[in-house]
Ligand binder design. Structure first.
Ligand SMILES: [Zn+2]
Length: 286
């Protein structure tokens, strides 16, 4: 009898495990809303001495020009913006602004790029933040109606006094009033696995990367500022400005394993060659 009960229990456990697997497989292959990924130009930063992009000396005395993209995702009829770039006000200053050791310029505004798709800022449902450095938060104030997705640890850190290096307290001030959804977990934004925000701490306490699953392109893994260059990704370099070297290395391992296991297209967010290889706006990946 005891053996019979054991067999029944085992069989039930097997059925449960099989149906869980089937559910997982079904959700992985379930028809998704049409998803598109647009790459927007949200500025450029030129460094004459890029030393702080590695704490082992690779960039000492070298110049570096890093584009700052924003990414816009259409999911069915909904829109998500990943990062808001430099402030649109920068586009009115032809010589740009010099700060944090770099010269920041902007060819065109984020608002004008949204308008090219017939969008107003209020049409954006989600603004998801890779982190709260100033070259990612410049236009947060444009989206008072959006739900801002952000790591709770990032928000607490960025609001600390004195304001941390790289954070613009004025730019993040709208987060106090805005509808913020702060979480320290990975997040499946639309519940169908197509747009996932994943933990990648190290550069800042609540840094995130973005995984987008596209029907034709397949998975696309966007680094946020876990890496600023292809060299940093390929050689596992750690910027001197990162808050935690250990967390950066752990996040690097997660990023690389995910990319390998999913055969994902890797996009290093600030890398000039990755920016150039994306379809020129208003073209998109799908
Ligand atoms: Zn950045």
């Amino acid at each position: 009898m005891k053996r019979f009960r054991y067999l029944v229990a085992s069989a039930l456990a097997l059925v449960a495990a099989t149906s869980a697997l089937a559910q997982e497989a079904a959700s992985a292959s379930a028809p998704q809303a049409a998803v598109r990924l647009y790459t927007l130009d949200c500025g450029l930063t030129e460094f004459t001495d890029a030393a702080y992009f590695s704490d082992t000396g690779e960039y000492d005395g070298k110049s570096l020009a890093l584009p700052t993209p924003c990414y816009l995702i259409r999911h069915g009829t909904e829109w998500l913006l990943w990062d808001t770039g430099n402030s649109d006000r920068l586009a009115a200053l032809p010589g740009g602004v010099t700060k944090f050791g770099g010269r920041f310029t902007m060819k065109r505004t984020l608002a004008s790029q949204l308008a090219e798709l017939g969008l107003k800022p209020d049409d954006i449902r989600f603004v998801a933040m890779s982190h709260l450095h100033q070259d990612h938060t410049g236009n947060l104030g444009l989206f008072p109606k959006a739900t801002v997705l952000i790591a709770a640890s990032e928000l607490n850190w960025a609001r600390g006094k004195p304001t941390p290096f790289g954070v613009d307290a004025t730019a993040i001030a709208p987060l106090v009033q805005a509808h913020v959804e702060a979480s320290d977990e990975d997040r499946d934004v639309f519940g169908d696995g197509s747009v996932r925000i994943l933990k990648a701490p190290g550069h800042t306490p609540g840094s995130r990367m973005l995984l987008v699953r596209l029907a034709k392109t397949g998975p696309v893994l966007i680094s946020g500022d876990l890496f600023h260059t292809r060299q940093n990704y390929q050689q596992t370099l750690v910027p001197a400005v990162n808050l935690s070297r250990a967390d950066t290395l752990a996040s690097t391992q997660r990023f690389s394993r995910l990319a390998a296991n999913m055969h994902a297209r890797v996009v290093i967010q600030h890398a000039p060659e990755d920016f150039a290889s994306m379809p020129a706006f208003p073209k998109f990946l799908d």
